[in-house]
Design a protein around this ligand. Structure first.
Ligand code: EPU
Length: 460
């Protein structure tokens, strides 16, 4: 195995910070699009590889900036990684450090996922508090309380979470019954990973049921962990003394798939997507039907979107199997062009409406009331210079740009590159007219958005 970190960033395009995306809207799309591996599964599973003292091979890993950053975190802990195509070979045999560096954690919130596995494997971990980000404060109290219930001492000092298992020779956490006040994806993942190596049984009640949680459970099981109930709200883990090598494929990205379904709907185009797991898209498909589109299963792993006249609908984001918060911004872009009034309630994150002023710059009619966006459908959007404020907001702007009259120029592409693999190439292949161009003095985009702060640099 090559001992250097060789994860390729998604850098087939020029450096994101120096480029803008120009889209000429109203082109029809047609054809097939390949859906990449799920970013949020891959991030959690990469952290989970810290549990494995033997070789670990992950397949279908998307080439994204966030994945590269998680690789850097693991590398800083002593893990060896090598990327070959979409396969990631991970060797976490010799961990030489249980402290994740702040410079990296501050750029990638998901690196906090290292806490549970590091603590379980090493008996100690020090991870900087990740802090808030563009979409909300995002505390980690549920992760911490759960680990404490499993016998960990946790001190938060100087911006650092220091967790350790006291005293005993074995340094193993103890199984516990943990009720989560909210079915947090991250907390469920942290506690499930920690419990795989704990002594005895852990029961996580009111657990998150997201497919990414189930994928992480599948990965841990493939290493010999004893987990059942994932995909329901009660997960039971019987700790084992150690885990073994694994070869594991990441599930397809349901949010990328949902984004392409909306691309078909908003451009009135038929698109076929694969591979997908249709069951992971049930709330998204149901809403597309309400809006007037059909989503047809071509086979067990392919979906076809058949567009229709767009009709208003109401949406409330919820933990899975409710409507995903990560699809809220893309659906808002779609509903700006629907007949009638739609109400969209964001209940998962407290600050996830940064795309609203930008969509309004394109002629949308959206008002914000608390955590609600009230969307009055308009007949047409007009291309404009806009600023991406977070990952899914940037996807919404791309979708709006595909439907808008004239040229849309999107700035802040570093958000997009964190979560969508080769988005431009995939859209171009479907017939969209778009290109990434370096920013020059003339094309510098001025946005009215006040949301873009340093915080919005932090990833998801
Ligand atoms: N929360 C707490 N305390 C905690 C943990 C969470 O109050 O200890 C709150 C959060 O502040 C938030 C809510 O619970 O208001 C939900 O947070 P959750 O922990 O479920 O989300 P997460 O694990 O931080 C993951 C995804 C997000 C996705 C959410 C919800 C990763 C790396 N991120 O975040 O993905 O929106 O679950 O499904 O898995 C994205 O991909 O764009 C993205 C933001």
């Amino acid at each position: 195995m090559n001992h250097s970190l060789s994860i390729k960033h998604n850098n087939s395009a020029p450096a994101a910070q120096e480029s803008v995306l120009e889209i000429w809207g109203r082109a029809s799309l047609k054809g097939h699009v390949k859906i990449s591996g799920a970013k949020n599964s891959a991030l959690a599973i990469m952290a989970g590889s810290l549990l494995c003292p033997e070789d670990c091979r992950l397949r279908n890993v998307p080439a994204l900036v966030d994945i590269g950053m998680m690789g850097e975190i693991l590398s800083a802990l002593g893990v060896k990684l090598e990327r070959i195509g979409d396969t990631l070979e991970i060797d976490a045999r010799h961990l030489n450090n249980s402290i994740a560096p702040y410079e990296l954690v501050s750029k990638l919130r998901a690196s906090f996922f290292a806490l549970g596995p590091l603590l379980a494997r090493m008996g100690e971990a020090r991870i900087p508090l990740p802090g808030g980000c563009a979409i909300g404060a995002r505390p980690v109290d549920l992760h911490v309380r759960g680990l404490q219930a499993m016998g960990a001492e946790v001190h938060i000092e100087h911006g650092m979470v220091h967790a350790y298992v006291k005293g005993t020779l074995s340094k193993r956490l103890k199984g516990a019954k943990i009720y989560l006040d909210y079915p947090s994806v991250g907390a469920t993942e942290t506690l499930m990973m920690a419990a795989t190596l704990a002594e005895g049984e852990t029961i996580i009640e009111n657990a998150a049921q997201e497919p990414e949680v189930t994928d992480l459970a599948g990965f841990c099981r493939a290493m010999g962990a004893q987990i059942r109930g994932d995909g329901t709200n009660t997960i039971v883990i019987n700790g084992v003394p150690s885990l073994h090598s694994v070869d594991y494929p990441i599930i397809p990205d349901r949010i990328e798939a949902g984004t392409f379904l909306v691309a078909g709907a908003i451009t009135h185009s038929e698109i076929i997507l694969s591979p997908v797991v249709p069951d992971h898209l049930i709330p998204v498909i149901a809403k597309l039907k309400d809006i007037g589109c059909q989503v047809i299963a071509e086979d067990a792993h392919s979906l076809r979107i058949v567009p229709g006249n767009l009709l208003a609908t109401d949406i409330e984001t919820l933990p899975y199997p409710g409507f995903p918060t990560d699809m809220q911004a893309p659906f808002m872009a779609l509903l700006t062009l629907a007949q009638g009034n739609s109400a969209i309630a964001e209940t998962v994150f407290e600050n996830r409406l940064g795309h609203v002023p930008e969509l309004n710059r394109m002629g949308a009619d959206i008002r914000i009331k608390g955590n609600m966006a009230l969307v009055r459908g308009v007949p047409i959007l007009s291309g404009a210079p806009v600023m991406a404020t977070d990952l899914r907001a940037s996807a919404a702007l791309v979708l709006a740009g595909l439907a808008a009259d004239g040229k849309t120029t999107i700035q802040g592409l570093h958000h997009l590159d964190r979560g969508y693999e080769n988005l431009e190439a995939k859209l171009q292949q479907l017939g969209a007219k778009l290109q990434r161009v370096p920013i020059d003095a003339e094309s510098e985009v001025e946005s009215t958005s006040e949301v873009t702060t340093e915080l919005s640099e932090v990833s998801h």
